[in-house]
Design a protein around this ligand. Sequence first.
Ligand SMILES: [Zn+2]
Length: 436
Amino acid sequence: MSGAGTLDAWVGRMIGVARLPTRDDIDAYQLRCLNETVAHARSHSPFYRWRADWPEPFHLRGFGDLARLPLTTADDLARSDPSLIALPMRDAARLVTIPTSGTSGPPKRLFFTEADIEATVAYFEHGMATIVRPGSRVAIAFPAVRPDSVGDLLTRGLSRIGTFPEALPVDGSVDTLVAALRELQPTAIAGMPVTLGAAARRMAVDGGPPLRIETALVSADSVSPSFKTALAVIWGTEVFEHWGMTETGYGGALACAAHDGLHLRETELYAEIIDAATGRVLPDGCDGEIVITTLRRRGLPLIRYRTGDSGSIAEIPCRCGSVLRRLRLGGRMAEAIPLGEGKRLPREIIDDAIFSVEGVIDFSVELRPARRPCLVVDIVAADPRATGEVRSALLGHPVCGPMLRAAEIDIAVGMASGTRLALCRKRRVIVSHDVT
Ligand SMILES: [Zn+2]
């Protein structure tokens, strides 16, 4: 693997080098963009202009200098007073409001210009070109009806590379979704893990003809090894992970054929990993919170924005030959189950254990307090016998089992009431009472 199947050639064109870019080319581009972004934000955005903790004068000579600037948080984005917006409102092509997870506080507000939206469509275009072939029928299992929604932007990007994207019904039942997939017979699919996992597992047991889907782009939620295995077995699918959030302009980082980390979207984002407790920048290879700075956004630049996601930057070059830096993802830091004594069980581990049971298509999990706390798991599955298998899978999982036993947490597994799933959402982890 080298060159082909990577985003490097496109990145080279984007940053103005007429060949495959070297790491030095990308570093020079990013440093230049960081200085421009910081200067623009400081002079045009009330939030950055009025920050008292801003060193003055400020110019980055190297990436290490960025750590002298203060971090920006989801609360800053939600409070929006002073506003982070650095252009007149008439330049907004799209305003996005997203609820702040886990709080009853005001929603986060994002501001995108036409140029920001075009940058995302171009990223989806060139990113998807590495994982789908021209002529492919690509099923879009993200909401795609609203203009500039993720599904819409992905559809626009895919249309530019000679593929045939088609939106699936993701606001109804699994059976509706499965029927649409059988009719479309796609060769590739894009969606959230819970959506694709539900469709694949329903198909595996419904007695219909098998479907072969070569590749899947999976985004907006963590992807467990057992999910990848299920898609490989049921559809013969190679799963490519993508990481992104509204704050990153939807696109953020994409897996390559080596499947060893996700290559960052380095034309638009500079990523740092920090110690979440101290704010200190961590070296490559160390796990911490992912912090991003936007490189070209002028409407609402984000400088050292704490994403709330954990991960590390890979230390060694990728086997695919790309020079783009890679993220190794941890998960949403807020979505771990506190087990007491500072120990936390990541939701990604619970996903891995529960989705290893065939026939489970979705679940919710809640930690209920008591003298002996109980992990209440409600599963969606065709066969009620899966409840016993889920309990065994949680206790038998090499990470999850020992942690639950050591914390003396009981497990109660039941069938979820109702048959309709919220297909396009992340699984929720609820902690009724903080037991830390
Ligand atoms: Zn790679």
